[in-house]
Design a protein around this ligand. Structure first.
Ligand code: ARG
Length: 460
């Protein structure tokens, strides 16, 4: 069965049929397609195309297909053109001639927009829940080691000491913005297109608001040509997904490093690491490497749809059928990665003495010292020079911050005060950073508590 054909003398070639067919991927939309058609049957009744009995037959027939389609093998081996064709064919097989009315005043161009919006909306809700789960895990991991000190890096060189919760809260911020981006994408997805027809608006006076309400949409679209042409809402989702993957890939990279022998800070659970087939000692962070790797695929899907849409003439073009696989792949990879990341975070143990030693071993206290000098009246530029010389001398003589005494410090430069020796401990200088957003211990404790509240407000 085809939804078109009267105008043709010959049928499509086997090659074209095979080439144009989308059922093997857009079959995933079947549940959304059916729910959309059930709402549309009610709209057809309201405009007098269907009687109440006909509507009832169609809605219940569609429901029986919807239930059967929950069997994952349901679509195996089907040769229909696309998911819309399958649903109409089966409705006809089960309900008879009344099915011939279901597509009155409707185009697949708006139908595919409706189905995919419904599908993406559900995936956004799933991703949002998984993201909130990961954020909970990060806060739990932060709370386990409230006082742990580590060197923060710039240029991949030890820079200044920070608290472990401060580091994890940086990711909490990234993921909070991601959560917002998902909700913003959802708002653009959540607009009801039916009634647009192929491009010019339907020839039947459907109550579009009623359809929207039935299907849980917040609004209806404003312009039929825009509906037929638009995939911005899919790009919004792909961008939100890409940003989450970007953040996940950076967290993965950090933790791959921090759990390696050179750092030795983190121990990842046995359950999220794997061994080598050759080297018996290996414990590889494959889960994190895969997340980092899948990030590239999701970016690729965003790029793929951008390139597909670029320069397409107004309105619908068959090119747009190529939107489905990018959306499906990105959603699958995103949700799988979020689920995986949470399990990794839950499994991780921090060996607090290792990052603490890394901080003490290096000169992450240098800025604290220079700022102390500036506070006691030395101009910062001079203070920077003095501490720079202190570091140079220490490096030359193999001296660590802890090797200095108050006496030696004052002897090195009279600008130093004996009490500044306390700042040779990385955890001391942090206490000067109680500015909002800083790594001061009291500030971080408060930020952690606030983060919990913010997360609770996201998920309610
Ligand atoms: N399978 C098509 C798609 O995904 C549905 C719309 C077909 N419309 C058309 N005019 N051929 O885009």
């Amino acid at each position: 069965m085809k939804l078109w054909g009267g105008r043709f003398e010959e049928g499509p070639s086997e090659v074209f049929e095979r080439f144009g067919r989308s059922i093997h991927f857009d079959g995933r939309l079947i549940d959304c397609d059916i729910r959309g058609s059930q709402a549309f049957a009610r709209a057809l009744e309201r405009v007098g195309i269907l009687t109440a009995a006909e509507r009832e037959t169609l809605v219940s027939t569609l429901e029986s297909i919807r239930v059967d389609a929950q069997n994952p093998k349901f679509l195996d081996g089907l040769m229909d053109e696309d998911v819309h064709t399958v649903v109409i064919r089966m409705t006809k097989e089960r309900a008879g001639a009344v099915a011939d009315k279901i597509h009155t005043g409707r185009s697949r161009n708006e139908q595919v927009s409706l189905d995919t919006r419904l599908w993406v909306r559900e995936e956004i809700d799933r991703a949002s829940e998984l993201l909130a789960g990961l954020m909970t895990a990060l806060l739990d991991c932060a709370a386990k080691y409230p006082d742990a000190v580590l060197p923060g890096y710039t240029h991949m060189r030890r820079a200044q000491a920070v608290l472990w919760p401060h580091y994890l809260l940086a990711y909490f911020e990234m993921f909070s913005r991601d959560f917002e981006r998902l909700q913003q994408a959802r708002a653009r997805v959540n607009v009801m297109p039916l009634g647009s027809g192929a491009l010019a608006g339907s020839g039947f006076p459907f109550d579009r608001e009623a359809i929207a309400k039935e299907l849980g949409f917040a609004a209806v679209t404003n312009n039929s040509m825009d509906v037929s042409a638009d995939r911005d809402w899919a790009l919004d989702f792909l961008y939100a997904a890409s940003t989450i993957m970007l953040h996940l890939s950076r967290l993965s990279e950090d933790w791959i490093l921090y759990s390696g022998e050179e750092w030795g800070w983190l121990e990842l659970g046995d359950g999220v690491t794997s061994g080598s087939s050759l080297m018996p000692q290996k414990k590889n962070p494959d889960s994190l490497e895969l997340i980092r790797g899948k990030c590239g695929r999701v970016f690729g899907e965003l790029n793929a749809l951008f390139v597909t849409m670029k320069g397409l003439p107004t309105t619908y073009n068959r090119d747009m059928q190529e939107d489905k696989e990018p959306i499906f792949t990105a959603a699958d990879q995103l949700n799988a990665s979020l689920e995986m990341a949470r399990v990794v975070v839950d499994s991780a143990k921090l060996h607090v003495e290792k990052p603490a030693a890394a901080a003490e071993d290096s000169w992450v206290v240098a800025t604290d010292l220079a700022e102390a000098l500036a506070r006691s009246g030395t101009a910062f530029h001079q203070a920077h020079q003095i501490v720079g010389r202190l570091v140079l001398e220490s490096v030359r003589n193999g001296k660590k911050p802890a090797d200095w005494t108050a006496e030696d410090l004052v002897k090195f430069d009279a600008a130093f005060k004996p009490e500044m020796i306390a700042l040779m401990k990385p955890s001391e200088g942090m206490k000067t950073r109680e500015i909002r957003g800083g790594t001061g211990p009291a500030t971080v404790a408060k930020a952690l508590a606030t983060a919990r509240e913010r997360l609770a407000s996201f998920t309610k």
